[in-house]
Design a protein around this ligand. Structure first.
Ligand code: NAP
Length: 262
């Protein structure tokens, strides 16, 4: 039996890529698409995906279509409202939207009792491994900085991937050399201080997709761990995996690690 899937933000950069990936997967059936910006248009016009679906304005369309799993790549505000609706209607959620704070996540944990939610700030398998390797390396180094680089339209900074990497590294080691800077000639030159005061720098540049470099240093050596998503299809295997597994993951799962057995 196929899993009935709906997509929020179907007309967006990620949402349209998700529509194609779901449509092409024999285990999944794309049955609904929501995006107020494109409502009333046929999905094929908006995304090129040849499925007999009209893009809806309202979330109710997902329930009317009998959606079992909804995928959300929108923005923080829209996604918070979408997730409240999905939880209230017993629909599982797969979330790629970024920019949530701890209060948002605590709210989702309260809301998802009769259905489940997988939230991954990065669905690319290589990025999941990058975060895993960074946490493994953290206890063996004295200093670390993260540089994340994204396309020019990204609205949140630092990226969700950088925030999750910082959190994992801070959990793995609390012993980092303090920042030596006493004169910051241009404010912000040293980036932002994340968990455990590890510095993070956000680059926004036309031509990029999603990239991150974790730099670690100790006596006489450095280690660089870098991941590059050069195309949005890099995120799709992770999204499809989450859509297939979310029903078996009670409550809210953050990150793809558990789904990959890491
Ligand atoms: P985008 O191109 O702006 O797409 C977002 C789409 O969602 C837009 O079409 C937007 O319409 C629509 N939207 C807004 N509110 C909505 C609502 N209430 N219901 C349904 N659709 C709604 O952005 P993107 O580049 O695809 O990125 C989307 C999110 O995914 C961002 O948070 C980004 O950081 C994240 N992301 C995550 C991963 C990952 O692996 N987890 C990878 C890449 C990106 P309007 O234009 O009218 O606002």
């Amino acid at each position: 039996m196929t899993i009935r899937v709906g997509v929020f933000g179907a007309g967006g950069r990620m949402g349209s890529t998700v529509c194609r990936a779901v449509h092409d997967d024999p285990d999944l059936e794309l049955v609904a698409a929501v995006d107020p910006h494109y409502s009333g248009l046929d999905l094929v016009t908006v995304t090129g995906v040849d499925a007999p679906i009209r893009v809806a304005r309202d979330r109710e369309a997902l329930v009317a279509a009998g959606v079992q799993v909804a995928v959300d790549f929108t923005d923080r505000r829209a996604c918070c409202a979408n997730l409240g609706f999905l939880a209230a209607n017993g629909v599982h959620a797969v979330v790629g939207t970024t920019g949530f704070d701890e209060d948002d996540l605590a709210g989702f944990r309260e809301e998802f009792v009769s259905s489940n939610c997988v939230i991954a700030p990065n669905f690319a398998i290589g990025a999941v491994l990058m975060m895993h390797f960074a946490a493994l390396a953290a206890p063996y180094f004295d200093s670390a900085e993260i540089i994340e680089l994204h396309h020019e339209n990204k609205v949140d900074a630092p990226s969700g991937t950088a925030m999750l990497t910082l959190q994992r590294m801070a959990e793995a080691s609390g012993e980092w050399t303090p920042d030596p800077t006493t004169a910051e000639v241009v404010p912000g030159a040293r980036g932002a201080a994340g968990p455990a005061d590890i510095r993070v720098h956000s680059v926004r540049l036309r031509g990029l997709v999603a990239h991150q470099e974790v730099l670690l240093g100790t006596t006489g050596q450095t280690l660089s761990i870098r991941h590059d998503s050069i195309d949005r299809t890099s995120f799709m295997p992770g999204v499809l995996l989450a859509a297939k597994q979310v029903a078996e993951r009670p409550g809210v799962t953050i990150g793809l690690d558990a789904l990959l057995g890491l």
